[in-house]
Design a protein around this ligand. Sequence first.
Ligand code: COS
Length: 385
Amino acid sequence: MAYDFSENDELKMLRETISEFARKQIEPKARELDRDETFSYDLTRQMGELGLFGTIVSPEYGGQGMDYISYIVAVEELAKVDSSQAATIAAHNSLGVAPIFYYGTEEQKKKFLPDLCRNSLWAFGLTEPSAGSDAQASKTTAVYDSARDEWVINGSKLWITNSATDITKGITVQAVTGKQSDNGVELSCFLVPSGTKGLTCRAMKDKMVWRASNTGELYFDNVRVPSQNMLGKRGQGFKIMMDTLDGGRLSIGAMGLGLAKGALGLTLAYAKERKTFGKPLVKHQGVAFKLAEMATRIEAAESLLYKACWLKQNHLPFQKQAAMAKLYCSELAEFCAREGQQTFGGYGLMKEYPIERHYRDAALLRIGEGTSEIQRLVISRYLGC
Ligand code: COS
């Protein structure tokens, strides 16, 4: 099977549709939403109408049945213009919907997915106040109540994208359900619907990045869910979370690549207009070389990311390449946003110029869904280190 770099007409059309939506609908609002730190229900609804909620889910559960590369193209196009809107879609598809689609029982899929493919969001509850990179260090517990055939969840989660909106229907939660024979903890996943008694979801404010994306902190105080809400098997929780993150890393890669392309586009346009020392910036070799470097790294990142997606799409091992793509694309985004800002000079420090927002938003990519250090750890393990 050979890796094909060309995009067919269907993919080109999808890219153009999302690009046009991002330029016409998102771009004019992005600055204000960022300034006011506001999650836009209107844009989210429109993205749902465009079919971006259940991209990879098969039509029998209400999804679009897109292939993985198409989904990644959509995220990339959104991220060129605004990381916050891209984050809403990336987190919902990769982290919210995907584990239910891949690991849910037939009953769970029929119950939850059709709504999530249209109108509602679902979140991924892994990170806790003292369990970030060390994702097995969860303190949240779930205890089985055999009298009622229910699990009782206690604990908290932090920095959970899409978890505290009015349209969030629930969260997949990793919790400790027991001990393993080797003294390790047994971790399991539960589908916890919003509004369940004892669950509090609060939006986290005052972020530097992704200010128009919803980030929540969650508290579980004797939250009861029926045993049918366990996702996967008892003790399979960590693997479900890790497998889900492998896919999530590709969408963060797409966000990095998109942001980098957006930054290059803005910088090139500005450098053609702005004159110093009697000629446009692009005619100064120092600036032209910056642009050449950005473009070269973008080209390399694109090949790495889409190769990783192609591997996933063809059911081949892709975890190493996903970590590489996440690492490279997120660091690329930061590089391009910084070089772009430098080219804009003082204007690049003003909120009036989108490069300023890109510069801030890029910071999340090297931290969220596994820091750059975690990606290096994963890659080095594949090398046998
Ligand atoms: N897919 C499926 N299973 C996986 C896996 C993956 N990608 N990675 C690890 N596992 C399995 C292992 O096979 C192992 O199974 P066994 O116990 O049956 O052998 C088990 O999970 C434990 O694996 P490991 O010992 O490698 O776990 P570690 O505690 O060393 O953690 C890292 C590995 C650091 C890679 C993991 O904790 C991680 O990715 N951390 C970052 C978490 C993160 O991204 N957080 C941000 C979330 S924001 S949404």
